[in-house]
Design a protein. Structure first.
Length: 256
């Protein structure tokens, strides 16, 4: 049942119609607005496949960072550089990832998650392949910076998609799977890099990672059709988010 109640607005008296028993102090969202939009849950097989894909992406971009460290003596001899220049090669990935992560926080919600993840991962694969084909020091420096820029966005996107697609009661286990890939890549990165570099040359570790990324991209047809929220839903949610984005950006700045 509906009853008529009069509510005084600022600037005048306007009669409004409220449902019976409606609490006037409650906040009412505008018509057609979903404050907590949800996505359709995945079946168990597709959920496992999604987690394996996201874990593979996490493994690839962390491994790309780790393989550079043991290549120091080989690269210094190959390019006739010193320890300072090699330190720049290593740190260029980290600094570029930090900068791109802060920058991406300002616009990443404007794009559909699946397309952004696959596009960024494809560019990451191209940048990593460029590292393996680098003819000189400065080309390798630019390629490492590009790989770090795309890798910094990938790490955040993987965790975001877990929060969007995995139900709350299984989200902890899903995050554990992703972080297991992170730990495995940090442990396996150094010996794997040395093994491949000693057997096939210093370029092969980067080519190996690019090939791994290409394999994951070729399996994109088995990914869920839509990842994350629809664009119109995300716009409506942002309209009610207030200063949340500014707080998140400040938190990222403090982290780095």
């Amino acid at each position: 049942m509906w009853e008529r109640r009069t509510r005084r607005d600022i600037g005048g008296c306007t009669p409004r119609v409220f449902p019976a028993g409606h609490n006037r102090g409650e906040y009412a969202a505008p018509t057609g607005t979903t404050l907590n939009p949800t996505t359709q849950p995945l079946d168990p097989a597709r959920e496992r496949l999604l987690l394996l894909t996201l874990a593979g992406i996490q493994f690839a971009h962390i491994l790309d960072f780790m393989v550079m460290m043991p290549l120091g003596p080989i690269l210094m001899r190959e390019f006739a550089i010193g320890t300072h220049e090699f330190g720049l090669l290593v740190s260029s990935y980290t600094f570029s990832a930090a900068f791109s992560g802060v920058l991406a926080a300002t616009f990443v919600d404007r794009f559909e998650r699946k397309r952004l993840l696959l596009g960024t991962f494809a560019l990451f694969a191209v940048a990593t392949l460029a590292c393996g084909l680098a003819p000189g020091f400065w080309f390798l420096m630019a390629a490492r910076s590009a790989a770090g820029a795309f890798g910094g966005v990938l790490g955040a996107m993987v965790q975001t998609m877990v929060g969007d697609l995995i139900p709350f009661e299984r989200r902890g286990r899903a995050s554990g799977t992703i972080m297991s890939a992170f730990a495995l890549s940090t442990v396996a990165g150094v010996p794997l890099s040395l093994l491949l570099a000693n057997q096939f040359g210093w370029r092969f570790p980067f080519i190996f990672i690019a090939a791994m990324a290409a394999g994951l991209l070729l399996g994109r047809k088995v990914h869920p059709a839509r990842h994350g929220l629809q664009l119109s839903q995300r716009r409506r949610v942002r309209a009610h988010a207030g200063g949340r984005r500014r707080l998140e950006l400040a938190g990222i700045c403090l982290t780095y």
